[in-house]
Design a protein around this ligand. Structure first.
Ligand SMILES: Cc1cc2nc3c(=O)[nH]c(=O)nc-3n(C[C@H](O)[C@H](O)[C@H](O)COP(=O)(O)OP(=O)(O)OC[C@H]3O[C@@H](n4cnc5c(N)ncnc54)[C@H](O)[C@@H]3O)c2cc1C
Length: 410
């Protein structure tokens, strides 16, 4: 058996796997990271880098609290990465605007403003004149905005670069162009990963394969589970089920030294994100298109319309790039973080859906802590893979279990 010296193998080199591998190595764990292509080249590369839990939130819940804590960890995270690697991840703290174009939007904003302010969160309500004074390029149709001073953005590609460097500097053995094919389980415990470069034994494995997390098979010596007592992960098609949700982005070149907007701006059905290097990202779509990463004419049109609705002068800017990425979505829209309910020493760091960049600092720190201690840190409890057992049981008993959709799609 090759590579049996690792304490932990992390499978998947996106922002989730990189964050976990860095934290494991920093805490002294011998860590191998297996990436089937290049590090940080999938959803983590395609993302818009917004760190914005408040902008769409209508109530405080476990996810909201977790997301806010991760956002609040970003300044220290960015400093640490700069110290470790010299890479500036371009954390931009200008803030985020959410525009109102209709009376309905205004009513929604008033409700959101009230509950968030009542909850002690930072949020400002602006009228049309105040909004346009802040961002003169915004549409004349804007009736007002909510401003979220603590809703930030980061250059996610630099983040992946910084994390990859930090991993290597901390001693992570990084294997790119290495595909994990299956996890071997003996006596109910993970023992090794089968890869395109051989078999790697390790004390534990962390599955962080993003939208592909459910394609990793589990080879087990256990008898098939009884249909009356299904155990999560105990079948070859391992649970939890993660599906790809495509998002497309258009990239404009802003005029030199003339940013069209300085804030991240949410409009009707999308957003624009100005980057320090003069790019303006506009997004996005939310599509079930399997593993197809095409940019479509329909997607382009919808994104252009939305960007022009926010800032009409974007129509005059040159489009210099376009791409799509696959968000990893679990059946209840929440991340899947923690120990498998059925297999010892198997952990998940996946299902981050629309928030994987935002959740990177806490995913890395808390999943690493859990792998090393065996205990579930309290903030991870709501995201345990065990929560799907009820759904699987209901399915096998023939009843129709529909998990509650947690957040609305945008
Ligand atoms: C258009 C778009 C906009 C977004 N905007 C934001 C945003 O503003 N803010 C935010 O927080 N989030 C955003 N997201 C979501 C965010 O990008 C994802 O939640 C996050 O990148 C998921 O990270 P990941 O590491 O789980 O997945 P990925 O980055 O997809 O990484 C998974 C990795 O696993 C590898 N892999 C898969 N299978 C195997 C295997 N068998 N063996 C080895 N390696 C394997 C893949 O090659 C890949 O590198 C956006 C996503 C999209 C698509």
């Amino acid at each position: 058996m090759e590579g049996s010296g690792a304490d932990v193998v992390v499978v998947g080199g996106g922002v989730a796997g990189l964050s976990v591998a860095r934290e494991l190595a920093r805490r002294g764990t011998r860590t191998t990271l297996v990436e089937r292509a290049r590090l940080g080249a999938e959803a983590s590369w395609a993302a818009a880098g917004m760190l914005a839990p408040q902008v769409e939130a209508d109530a405080r819940d476990d996810f909201f609290n977790f997301a806010c804590s991760s956002r609040d960890a970003y300044p220290a995270f960015a400093d640490a990465l700069r110290e470790e690697t010299g890479v500036d991840i371009e954390l931009d703290c200008t803030g985020t605007l959410r525009l109102a174009f209709t009376e309905d939007d205004e009513r929604e904003h008033a409700r959101r403003f009230e509950w968030q302010r009542g909850a002690g969160l930072l949020v400002e309500q602006l009228d049309a004149a105040e909004t346009r004074a802040l961002e003169p390029a915004l549409s004349a149709r804007v009736r007002g905005a909510l401003r979220f001073p603590r809703e930030w953005q980061v250059e996610n590609r630099r983040l992946c670069d910084a994390l990859a460097r930090a991993c290597r500097l901390a001693g992570v053995r990084v294997l790119e162009e290495t595909e994990a094919r299956s996890l071997n389980v003996r006596g109910g415990r993970f023992v090794s990963v089968e890869t395109s470069r051989g078999t790697f034994g390790a004390g534990a494995v962390v599955v962080a394969c993003g939208a592909w997390s459910s394609l990793l098979t589990i080879e087990t010596d256990a008898a098939p589970p009884s249909p009356l007592a299904p155990v999560l992960d105990a079948n070859v098609e391992h649970s939890p089920r993660i599906e790809p949700v495509r998002g497309q982005i258009l990239c404009y070149a802003m005029r030199e030294n003339e940013p069209l907007v300085r804030h991240v701006v949410y409009g009707a059905g999308g957003y624009v994100v100005p980057r320090r290097d003069g790019r303006l990202l506009a997004g996005t779509t939310t599509e079930r298109a399997g593993f197809d990463k095409s940019v479509t004419e329909e997607g382009r049109r919808a994104i252009r319309l939305c960007a022009e609705g926010i800032a009409p002068a974007s129509a005059d800017l040159k489009i210099t790039g376009e791409w799509a990425g696959l968000r990893p979505r679990a059946e209840d829209d929440l991340p899947v973080l923690g120990a498998s309910a059925g297999i010892e020493n198997l952990f998940y760091a996946t299902g981050h859906y629309r928030n994987g960049i935002l959740l990177a600092p806490l995913t890395g720190a808390l999943v690493a802590e859990m792998v090393m201690s065996g205990a579930t840190p309290a903030p991870l409890a709501p995201f345990s893979p065990a929560r799907f057992i009820a759904a699987r049981r209901a399915e096998s008993e023939g009843s129709c279990f529909t998990p509650k959709l947690h957040r609305k799609n945008f």
